[in-house]
Design a protein around this ligand. Structure first.
Ligand SMILES: Nc1ncnc2c1ncn2[C@@H]1O[C@H](COP(=O)(O)OP(=O)(O)OP(=O)(O)O)[C@@H](O)[C@H]1O
Ligand SMILES: [Mg+2]
Length: 314
């Protein structure tokens, strides 16, 4: 079974998408078969790998929105395998590696915003029994979809899910489907508060889900889940003389003191290098090294991928 990792934080603009694309690229460079899923209607991950015109022409009817829509319309025949894309530019680059790693993508769509509303509507209005079953069915939708994919013989080593900056139903389906949660965060005051709340909300969701699976009428139809909050990845950290700015270091220490796990690797801020990459369709970590700064930035991303592989056991 593939390891399913969600990159999640309902705080916006903290580096979720950037980390998802770079982690995927580095894992694939190391020989893994990686599926990345864009769950954000902003479609940033999608357009980090596909050209807009290419997506509009060929793929806008093959998106995660379409798959959720099929569920809402009770269409049982449409599955995740029908919307998998193999983005060209990054895979061409991966061919230069000595291994046979690969990246596939499930793209997103602006209309995914409405899916959240429609899924929420499915959760209410029945008897307690019906509501319970609906809750489990809706929230396990993604987990089931990934299982089905594997049953069909479509096998990946890792699935990386780039979550939107919210805690709506679609995001919750990603949490329920996950073995591991990685939480990118900035090292500032408000982010520190946000991490604690995220941790708490994830725990509450998992507890609610697992409690509902225990009701007799469900006949063991749903299994308990246990997504592990693997840790916070500090991103966009200001580095001087090889170490984080003091103020930022303090916030990192504060989070550690809260007993929230923190990954060792820190991702430094570099606006120039990160701003450009998505346009080329190849993440920073696989770009040519053009300077010492580039080397530092790439080195961190490589170290992060290695740390994730070690921690998660892939
Ligand atoms: N280490 C970094 N240094 C400087 N800029 C960065 C870094 N990582 C990401 N960025 C830039 O910050 C912006 C936000 O990053 P990104 O889109 O990855 O965040 P996000 O958490 O996915 O955002 P959203 O919540 O909107 O989905 C982008 O413009 C990106 O290029
Ligand atoms: Mg994003």
């Amino acid at each position: 079974m593939a390891k399913v990792i969600s990159i999640i934080n309902y705080k916006g603009g903290v580096g979720k998408t950037t980390l998802t694309s770079n982690l995927a690229a580095e894992l694939a460079w190391n020989g893994l078969k990686v599926l990345i899923i864009d769950l954000d209607p902003q479609t940033n991950l999608t357009f980090s790998f596909l050209r807009v015109d290419d997506w509009e022409k060929n793929y806008q009817n093959k998106t995660i929105k379409k798959w959720f829509d099929a569920y809402i319309d009770n269409d049982q025949d449409f599955n995740l395998g029908d919307i998998i894309i193999t983005p060209e530019r990054v895979n061409a680059r991966l061919k230069q590696s000595k291994s046979d790693g690969k990246i596939d993508l499930i793209s997103s769509h602006l209309g995914l915003i409405n899916v959240d509303l429609e899924l929420s509507a499915k959760l209410w209005g029945g008897s307690d029994r019906t509501n319970r079953r609906n809750f489990l069915k809706v929230h396990s939708r993604f987990k089931e979809g990934l299982q089905q994919l594997e049953d069909q013989g479509v096998i990946y080593d890792v699935v990386l899910i780039d979550c939107p900056p919210n805690f709506n139903v679609v995001t919750k389906t990603a949490i329920i489907a996950s073995d591991t949660l990685l939480v990118p965060a900035k090292s500032d005051y408000l982010s520190t508060i946000g991490i604690e709340q995220l941790d708490k909300n994830v725990k509450e969701l998992v507890q609610e889900y697992n409690e509902k699976t225990k009701y007799d009428e469900l006949n063991n139809e749903f299994e308990e889940v246990n997504p592990v909050f693997e840790g916070v990845i500090f991103t966009m950290v200001g580095i001087r003389y090889g170490v984080p700015y003091q103020a930022q270091q303090q916030f990192i220490s504060t989070v550690k003191r809260l007993n929230i796990p923190v990954l060792e690797t820190i991702i430094r801020e570099n606006k120039t290098i990160y701003a450009d990459a998505p346009q080329a369709g190849v993440p920073v970590v696989l770009e040519e090294v053009r300077s010492e700064t580039y080397e530092n930035v790439r080195g961190e991303l490589e170290a992060l991928a290695e740390e994730v592989m070690n921690r998660v056991g892939i």
